[in-house]
Design a binder for this molecule. Structure first.
Ligand code: NAP
Length: 187
């Protein structure tokens, strides 16, 4: 099974077979490799579609999409039969005046594949279980995290600009108060 995901400082999940991460620049690619990806494609310096074809000649079984645009197009060009595409985010499209839709979505038909949305807030009832399990994985070292924290509410715009410039080294977060880790959802 071949799984590709623009990791963007996210999580590499080893489902089965090989995992291909996609990140921008040498440094971020090395980091994604250190998370456990078998291969990493530097989208800033490669033809992503050609690279996927080279690394997964039989196609991708799962593509977890965080970016949309051209990279989604590259994945749709390289689907295995009965593959699954998960639409989580489309960060490459947020700053466009008009969203950029893939023109090759019909490859889903030819490969019997499916494309589904994933929106975390539609799974609120699972948050507590998920948090417990993720915390467990972190403490066991199975899940590695890296955070890029902007300090202070007043600096949030700078943190956001850094994110869109691709300058964050880790998941971009903003700490608005000292005790912000202690959130009690019941209150
Ligand atoms: N569905 C949901 O429920 C849900 C919830 C939260 C977030 N999201 C989405 O999930 C995605 C990842 O979120 P996150 O918080 O994990 O982001 P993140 O890791 O903090 O950082 C976003 C990254 O996007 C990358 N990027 C920016 N422009 C790009 C482009 N044109 N092509 C490829 N990569 C680009 C940058 O990486 P490089 O420096 O490598 O370019 C940047 O580091 C986002 O699209 C977000 O909107 C979805």
């Amino acid at each position: 099974m071949n799984v590709a995901s623009p990791i963007i400082w996210g999580i590499v999940t080893r489902a089965a077979g090989s995992v291909i991460g996609i990140a921008g620049g040498e440094d971020k690619c090395a980091f994604v490799k250190s998370l456990g990806a078998d291969y990493v494609i530097d989208y800033k310096n490669n033809d992503v579609a050609a690279k996927i074809k080279e690394l997964a000649p039989c196609g991708l079984d799962i593509y977890f999409d965080n970016v949309g645009g051209d990279i989604l197009g590259a994945a749709l060009d390289n689907l295995a039969m009965n593959s699954r595409v998960v639409l989580c985010g489309s960060i490459s499209e947020y700053m466009r005046d008009k969203p950029f839709g893939p023109t090759n979505y019909t490859n889903l038909r030819a490969t019997n594949s499916s494309m589904n949305g994933f929106f975390v807030y539609n799974h609120a009832e699972d948050f507590a279980d998920a948090e417990a399990e993720l915390a467990n994985w972190i403490s066991q070292g199975k899940l590695k995290i890296r955070e890029d924290i902007t300090e202070g509410f007043e600096n949030m715009p700078k943190g956001l600009a850094k994110l869109y410039a691709g300058a964050n080294k880790g998941v971009a977060l903003c700490r608005v108060r000292e005790d912000s880790q202690m959130i009690n959802r019941d209150n």
